[in-house]
Write a protein that binds this ligand. Structure first.
Ligand code: 4AD
Ligand code: MG
Length: 432
């Protein structure tokens, strides 16, 4: 039997002569003598030409009436160089095997946002989605590579629990036998326990937020990369973030330039991003946001629109530090120099994209933690174990969380983070 090859092998010149290829019909046109099947197999796309007089009557009947994206075929033929064919090669077909005929594909000219979400199970096969998912894959891979080289270990926190991390009102409650539990909104609290045994850990896991925000950067389920480090100050923490983000985007620019270009992102724009990143305090940012024409006063939270205004003209990420204590979670320590603020930093992506990372130092003494829980009017009962981390061997420490879809959105200039998720979950969408 003729050798089955990947289309990419033909396009790169590795496979020549007689070949067998199989995949989905990407485009299709036929006249009364010739059928052109543009075939895709996930590795590439190639033109396959079927001449009526070179195949049986049955094969011709099948090859000349196929549905793009819906029909699946296996073809055997000879590889020829052909300048007119996309990619420069053509397979001149001698044998046609129909695997699936299918039906007219429901996604064609109408590509409204709603239709593409309703038909997500079919849309994920599009070049657009596959390319975005590839970039997300590489972001995760490079992030792990970077952290592993610094001797981090990846750990797995529970994804069901009793404690809130970023705010109880936005947690999903699930029935847990006779009790109730919450879906994790962050692995951070558990990482804080493990760093007393091994000082540098990270979690790359899903996070859930019952947020009602309908913005291009919120979904109810997303992937969070969270490093946590013993003995790190906020300064060390920010340095690690700058280096991590730079490593990921530079590596993308060098190793995946074609993927970036497919989204209109020039690799050199990413290569121009270099640490150290600019730093602003929340209060300085408020001034700049007003200057840029959006009214905001100290005390208002910095939301999507404010960050957009602040970051519109920036070309590299910017840290916004020292947020108000009232805006931030219980685990952030008070900034001694300005006690209404905390030792935290958000990293905002340039070109108007806004927050991609949230991070901070952590309260590490028992007393300050109890004070903070009280300040936030939180029940300390579920945090008994978390408080004990301070009682037994507490150390200064810090960490951060990088929203992977947010990073991909900025890097690829996507209209929404939903495009970086195969099956997005939002307020009114749980299917497909
Ligand atoms: O700023 P957040 O809430 O911080 C934490 O979860 C900390 N526990 C992280 C840590 O210090 N270990 O979330 C971190 C990041 C945000 O900067 C954003 O990129 C992303 O998670 N994120 C979301 N992404 C998509 N949809 C949502 N609803 C998101 N909420 C946060
Ligand atoms: Mg945040």
């Amino acid at each position: 039997m003729t050798k089955l090859v990947q289309i990419s092998e033909i396009l790169s010149g590795k496979a020549a002569g007689a070949v067998r290829v199989r995949g989905w019909v990407y485009r299709h046109r036929s006249s009364n003598k010739m059928a052109f099947i543009i075939l895709r197999d996930g590795s590439g796309v190639i033109q396959c030409a079927v001449a009526k007089d070179k195949v049986s009557k049955k094969e011709w009947g099948e090859a000349s009436s196929l549905y793009p994206e819906s029909s699946v075929v296996e073809l055997e033929g000879e590889v020829h160089k052909d300048k007119r064919a996309p990619g420069g090669f053509e397979v001149r077909v001698g044998k046609v095997k129909l695997i699936t005929l299918g039906k007219p594909f429901p996604i064609n000219k109408d590509q409204s946002v709603e239709l593409l979400l309703d038909k997500r199970h079919l849309w994920v096969r599009s070049q657009y989605m596959v390319n975005a998912l590839k970039v997300k894959h590489f972001c995760g891979k490079y992030a792990r590579e970077f952290l592993d080289a610094l001797d981090f270990i990846e750990i797995q926190p529970p994804l069901l629990g009793k404690t809130e991390c970023e705010g109880g009102s936005q947690m999903f409650e699930v029935k847990y036998f006779r009790d109730k539990a919450f879906l994790s909104e962050s692995g951070q609290l558990y990482s804080e326990a493990v760093i007393a045994g091994y000082p540098k850990v990270y979690v790359y896991a899903p996070a859930w937020r019952a947020e009602k925000s309908r913005t291009p950067r919120h979904t109810t389920e997303f992937w969070l990369l969270e490093p946590e480090m013993a003995f790190y100050s906020q300064e060390d923490n920010m340095k690690l973030q700058e280096e991590l983000v730079t490593y990921i985007i530079h590596k993308l620019a060098k190793e995946q330039p074609q993927l970036l270009k497919a989204f209109g992102r020039e690799p050199k724009e990413l290569l121009a991003v270099k640490p150290p990143f600019k730093r602003l305090t929340y209060k300085q940012a408020v001034k700049l946001i007003n200057k840029a024409g959006r009214q905001m006063k100290v005390g208002d939270s910095m939301g999507y629109e404010e960050e957009k205004v602040l970051m519109l003209k920036e070309k590299a990420p910017v840290f916004v530090t020292n947020s108000l204590r009232t805006h931030k979670p219980f685990y952030m320590p008070i900034n001694k120099k300005d006690p209404e603020t905390v030792n935290d930093a958000d990293l905002l992506a340039p070109e108007g994209y806004g927050e991609i990372i949230g991070g901070s130092e952590r309260v590490w003494t028992e007393k300050e933690l109890l004070d903070n829980l009280e300040f936030k009017k939180m029940n300390s009962e579920p945090y008994k174990w978390y408080i004990e981390l301070r009682t037994y061997g507490g150390v200064p420490h810090a960490g951060f969380g990088l929203g992977m879809e947010r990073l991909v959105r900025w890097v690829l200039k996507l209209p929404t983070i939903r495009d970086a998720i195969p099956f997005p979950r939002t307020i009114n969408r749980l299917t497909p």
